[in-house]
Ligand binder design. Sequence first.
Ligand code: URA
Ligand code: SF4
Length: 189
Amino acid sequence: MLNWNELEQACLSCQKCPLAETRHKVAFGVGPRDAEVMLIGEGPGENEDLQGEPFVGRGGQLLDEMLEIIDLDRKTNVYIANIVKCRPPQNRDPLNTEQDACIGYLRNQVALIRPKIIVCLGRIAAMRVIKEDFKISREHGQWFERSGVHMMAMFHPAAILRDPRRRPDAFLDLKSLQAKIRQVCTHTY
Ligand code: URA
Ligand code: SF4
């Protein structure tokens, strides 16, 4: 396991998969490194690739608005990262080979942060982090626990933008996250 500086340096210069050829910036992760809540997305899009930070485009703006409803903020109490740190061309889903190459960095981030709660944003992250056969439409908002870490998945912000009928479910999932934070976190609120 690498320390924060080693890990960030390794990611920023990484050439372990073909996404290194087309990326502009690596989106390593953002947020306080003592956060009790960690959010995991799928991979950088165009804005994230240009800025080197997860969730900074239109979806990221919606994510920030959703988090604010339950007093979460990447500047103070939530850490945000992705399964793959470099942008897949045309925003296609990251290939399994790319996820396999990159997932070690995320695991190292989780090991350093030791979050109490992990929230997966969308199906790709949920299938990697919670279980291989995760069904986002049926299982969003459900809590799973592994070695003392509470985990759930919510709809991806881009999926909510595509279909606003998902908003009421997203709101309920946020309220469930807020309740879980009140149960298990000591310095988030
Ligand atoms: N979608 C993701 O899954 N992650 C980002 O960082 C941006 C968009
Ligand atoms: Fe390395 Fe991950 Fe970027 Fe691939 S996506 S080059 S494994 S940091």
